[in-house]
Design a protein around this ligand. Structure first.
Ligand code: ATP
Ligand code: MG
Length: 255
């Protein structure tokens, strides 16, 4: 397909550009992104659509030609504003938005989707291939992963306020299911905690307190996941602070 001239750029990151096409959204990847990852994101989204979680609808995976080229994922557009934009525009209401955010994540963690990729397999693969740490550290992380309770709940994998859209209809929708798996909610919480902590330690602690209180989850379990989640994030090589993630991998005593 060829993208219309009327398209509006919403976000530009390392390997992709997100466009608003009016009634649809196109996430267009450059050629460093394996095509199978684009299809995987589409498949994740289709599974999430099928289990009933409010999210954009997966429409197609297509090769874009013309001025903009690359493989693209097309989804329905959810008209609205992200929770991140709301939090920034009204910092005095941060607490209120955080409550909505946490309740939504807890709601997602009640869903199951038995065909989604498994979180444990994904972490094991990422730790196994991580060059930034040595074999001893990798072994410690793998052992830690093996010891964690086995659960099979829907986990978004990148749950942060930029991926939550407050729809014009007043409902909350969740986008960006590229990293979704079935697994342990506490691991998903550890990821969200790390994402908050990159910007503000205070917000991260407020988030963790609220999630654990409302979900009746021990904070210690979330903390046990942190080195594993930090290592997997390091393997993703996003723009996140490498030294920050390394400090989370090192923080625990491996004696
Ligand atoms: N279906 C949609 N409807 C409305 N807005 C959307 C939709 N999909 C994406 N957006 C907007 O575009 C932004 C970027 O999209 P998305 O989160 O999917 O990409 P990303 O964060 O770059 O991906 P990744 O986390 O996989 O690197 C979102 O934060 C949101 O503001
Ligand atoms: Mg996103």
């Amino acid at each position: 397909m060829i993208l219309p001239d009327s398209k509006i750029e919403l976000a530009r990151r390392g390997n992709k550009v997100v466009y608003d096409l009016g009634d649809k959204i196109a996430k267009v990847f450059n050629d460093t992104k394996p095509v199978s990852d684009v299809f995987n994101e589409a498949l994740n989204l289709a599974r999430i659509n099928e289990c009933g979680i409010r999210s954009p609808k997966a429409l197609e995976v297509t090769e874009v030609e013309g001025d903009t080229t690359g493989w693209a994922l097309l989804t329905s557009k959810v008209p609205g504003t992200t929770l991140a934009e709301k939090m920034e525009a009204e910092p005095q209401r941060f607490g209120e938005y955080l409550e909505q955010f946490v309740d939504l994540q807890i709601e997602i963690h009640h869903y199951t989707s038995p065909l989604l990729n498994r979180q444990r397999d994904k972490y094991a693969r990422m730790i196994g291939g991580l060059e930034a740490i040595n074999a001893t550290q990798r072994y410690n992380l793998m052992e830690r992963l093996d010891g964690m309770k086995k659960e099979f709940k829907v986990c978004h994998g990148d749950f942060n306020p930029t991926n939550v859209i407050v729809g014009d209809d007043g409902e909350l929708y969740v986008c960006d299911w590229a990293h979704a798996t079935q697994g342990a909610p506490a691991a998903d919480v550890a990821m969200t905690y790390l994402l908050f902590a990159l910007g503000s330690k205070e917000q991260a602690e407020a988030y963790l307190d609220l999630y654990c209180e409302r979900a009746d989850m021990p904070k210690q379990v979330v903390r046990q996941w942190m080195p594993i989640v930090a290592a997997s994030e390091l393997a993703r090589k996003r723009d996140l602070e490498e030294s920050f993630l390394m400090s989370w991998i090192d923080v625990f005593d491996y004696q």
